[in-house]
Write a protein that binds this ligand. Structure first.
Ligand code: FES
Ligand code: FES
Length: 180
């Protein structure tokens, strides 16, 4: 067993885990973060995507011990402390960017990372940014529209800096962590 200290969605955890335990298994089976889903066994689908210190990773391809000392954001930590939807969540809702919803948690977290790097992506840039996340239902068009709309909304609300808006929304998670 190896001790792992990690903050997940604003809460600090300290657990002994098997060194081979995958982060996605730790999140789901130990912490009950079942919003992070498993869609394949080939690290191909992206359904398990989370943010690890702000960067999107496929949590089925990361060991839990590799998250030691890090902050993880799952879909369950995206909304604000008051329950307000994150702009990416709101845009997915507004643009009907999901059908079965299985890909949606990973898709939204990949979008957060994309918008952090590129606040106003073109359609092609969105498609490239989410190419590691597969959707079997939507045909992607509404997802692309939602990601662009989220970037525009965050830019508008932050005076043209969607990157800082994403950082601010993730900082709200950190604020909860600090008070936990
Ligand atoms: Fe498919 Fe992780 S479960 S990439
Ligand atoms: Fe069903 Fe994307 S909404 S897989």
């Amino acid at each position: 067993m190896t001790r792992v200290n990690v903050k997940v969605d604003g809460t600090a955890y300290s657990d002994d885990v098997e060194p081979r335990l995958l982060l996605v298994q730790y999140l789901r089976d130990r912490l009950g973060k079942v919003g992070t889903v498993i869609g394949c066994d080939t690290s191909n689908c992206g359904a398990c995507t989370v943010l690890l210190d702000g960067l999107s990773v496929k949590s089925c391809s990361v060991l839990a011990v590799q998250a030691d000392g890090a902050s993880v954001t799952t879909v369950e930590g995206l909304s604000g402390p008051d329950g307000a939807l994150h702009p990416v969540q709101q845009a997915f809702h507004d643009h009907h960017a999901l059908q079965c919803g299985f890909c949606t948690p990973g898709m939204m977290l990949a979008a957060c990372d994309l918008l952090r790097e590129n606040p106003n992506p073109s359609e092609d840039e969105v498609r490239e940014g989410i190419e590691g996340n597969l959707c079997r239902c939507t045909g992607y068009q509404n997802i692309v529209a939602a990601v662009q709309a989220a970037g525009a909304a965050m830019s508008a609300s932050s005076g043209g800096a969607a990157e800082s808006a994403v950082a601010d929304s993730l900082a709200s998670v950190s604020a909860v962590e600090a008070s936990a």
